[in-house]
Design a protein around this ligand. Structure first.
Ligand code: COA
Length: 324
């Protein structure tokens, strides 16, 4: 028995922050950002707009695309590192607002890999009897971004993407998922303050420890290596090759990372889904937003072989192979 993606949806906040806007905030230039990252603009949440607000809108669109109602859901998994509160789980806020009265709900923390990790969990539950699982990646990265740090503030954006995972009636669907982690690299990308290691305090805020710190160069190299390795392992495990792929939907972190991975794999540009120029890196939301756009643009058809690939803080990396 297989699970399949029965419907997808996405939502980004209305406000757009362009590279020209960033030029007025830190010492940077549109030219530098486009050349080093491929990002031209990103969406950012307005005042009072939280993770669950974006997630609910993406989820409603995914439910409509799947043709089911929230009351049909057995489980809601929210992948995020920017939930509404430390407690309770933001998935419970979403469960209530959707009216998913029968669904269990919890959050999943795997940074930018959260959506693929959630897909893998949903796949396992549907294979063992659940009927419909809603998975969401939703992030308000603008809240943990240090807008005075040009090394990181140019990279991130806000948004949400969602998918309904249901039982497949044929042999198509999620063929395999691969999940990896390496905690020896946990200091590559981190938010040092605000947890039990460094609880919130005036000192913590004064030292700006509530914001993302990143070793960009090292992260870049590890990203290329892990994305290439897991793509090869994923295809080999299914007895498939790069030529069999119709579309690669990677985590949208940096155009240079994705070009390097595509070139090492021998993937032509038309088989790589890219939309980071308009959204930046939306962490756990990046793959479901890209997947939703690819579907709506007709780049994925019945029978298409699609591979998802992600990496992120932790370090985590993950992939999924899907026959549509
Ligand atoms: N505008 C202008 N100059 C900038 C800048 C900016 N926004 N950010 C950094 N610089 C400067 C640096 O200070 C450095 O100057 P120096 O040589 O005088 O010290 C110079 O540009 C080169 O910095 P470097 O860090 O080597 O640049 P890079 O080519 O590695 O690009 C990143 C930086 C962050 C774009 C790149 O490392 C990257 O994308 N890494 C991966 C990050 C990622 O994907 N994270 C999320 C994982 S989920």
């Amino acid at each position: 028995m297989r699970s399949r993606i029965a419907g997808t949806g996405s939502y980004v906040p209305a406000k757009v922050l362009t590279n020209a806007d960033l030029e007025r905030m830190v010492a940077t230039s549109d030219e530098w950002i486009v050349e080093r990252t491929g990002i031209r603009e990103r969406h950012v949440a307005g005042p009072g707009e939280a993770c669950s607000d974006l997630a609910v809108k993406a989820a409603e669109r995914a439910l409509a695309a799947a043709g089911i109602s929230a009351a049909d859901l057995d489980l809601i998994l929210l992948a995020t590192c920017t939930g509404d509160y430390p407690l309770p789980a933001t998935a419970c806020v979403i469960q209530h607002r959707l009216g998913a009265t029968k669904a269990a709900a919890c959050d999943l923390s795997a940074a930018c890999c959260g959506f693929v990790y959630a897909l893998s969990v949903a796949d396992a539950y549907v294979k063992t009897g659940m009927r419909h699982v809603l998975i969401i990646g939703s992030e308000v990265m603008s809240g943990i971004t240090d807008w005075t740090d040009r090394n990181t503030c140019i990279l991130f954006g806000d948004g949400a993407g969602a998918a309904v995972i249901s039982a497949s009636e044929n042999d198509r669907g999620i063929l395999s998922t691969q999940l990896r982690s390496d905690g020896t690299l946990c200091d590559l990308i981190e938010v040092p303050g605000g947890g039990s290691r460094m609880p919130p305090s005036e000192k913590m805020v004064a030292e700006r420890m509530q914001y993302i710190k990143m070793k960009g160069n090292e992260t870049f190299k590890v990203a290329v290596r892990t994305l290439e390795d897991i793509a090869r392992e994923t295809l080999a495990a299914s007895g498939l090759s790069v030529e069999d792929l119709d579309l690669y939907v990677p985590h949208q972190a940096n155009i240079r990372i994705l070009k390097a991975v595509a070139s090492r794999l021998g993937l032509p540009p038309e088989k790589v889904m890219l939309n980071l120029d308009r959204y930046g890196n939306t962490s756990a939301a990046s793959i479901p937003i890209a997947l939703d756009e690819a579907l709506r643009q007709g780049r994925i058809k019945e029978g298409s072989l699609v591979m998802l690939g992600s990496f992120g803080a932790g370090l985590t990396w993950a992939s999924a192979l899907i026959r549509w």
